[in-house]
Design a protein around this ligand. Structure first.
Ligand code: AMP
Ligand code: ZN
Length: 135
C-alpha cells in the first residue's frame, strides 16, 4: 500500500513515536501547527472516520485522550484541539484516518472560531429531518 502512514506503521519510514497499542499508533506531526502537535492513527488502512471500525475508533479516542493529556502537560499550553479531517474538501491531505492533537495558546495563528453562518426560518428543522433520514 503506497500510503505514507501505512509505511510508518510498517516501520518503512521513521516517525517520532509517542504511544502504541494493538490497534493504534501516535507520533509527532512533521509539520506542526504548534510544537507538540501529534497524530493518532489506526494501524489498519482506513481513509476516514466513516470507514474505521468502531472498536478501532474506541482505541483511537482512548489514545487521543492519553496523548492529549501528555502533550498539554509537556507543552504547558492551556488549550488543545482534537481534529479529524474527512475528505479533501475538509482539508484531509493524507488519506489514512488520523486524529490531530494540536496544542494551542492565546494569539497563535490557527484560526478558531470559524466564521459562523445562520439558518433561515425552517432550514434547521429541514436539515434535522434530512440527517435523521440518513441515520
Ligand atoms: P490532514 O490535512 O488532516 O490530512 O493532515 C495530515 C498531517 O500529516 C499534516 O499535518 C502533516 O504535517 C502530517 N504528516 C504528513 N507526513 C507526515 C510524516 N511523515 N510524519 C508525521 N506527520 C506527517
Ligand atoms: Zn494507510
Amino acid at each position: 500500500m503506497d500510503c505514507i502512514f501505512c509505511k510508518i506503521v510498517r516501520g518503512e519510514i521513521p516517525c517520532a513515536k509517542l504511544y502504541e497499542t494493538k490497534n493504534v499508533l501516535s507520533f509527532l506531526d512533521i509539520g506542526p501547527i504548534n510544537q507538540g502537535h501529534a497524530l493518532v492513527i489506526p494501524k489498519g488502512h482506513y481513509v476516514t472516520i466513516i470507514d474505521t471500525p468502531d472498536d478501532v475508533l474506541k482505541d483511537m479516542i482512548a489514545a487521543t485522550k492519553k496523548v492529549t493529556k501528555a502533550v498539554k502537560l509537556a507543552t504547558g499550553v492551556e488549550g488543545v484541539n482534537n481534529l479529524l479531517n474527512n475528505g479533501k474538501a475538509s482539508g484531509q491531505a493524507v488519506f489514512h484516518a488520523h486524529m490531530h492533537i494540536i496544542p494551542r495558546f492565546e494569539g497563535d495563528d490557527f484560526k478558531i472560531p470559524w466564521p459562523a453562518k445562520k439558518y433561515n426560518a425552517g432550514e434547521m428543522e429541514e436539515m434535522r429531518r434530512k440527517v435523521l433520514g440518513c441515520l
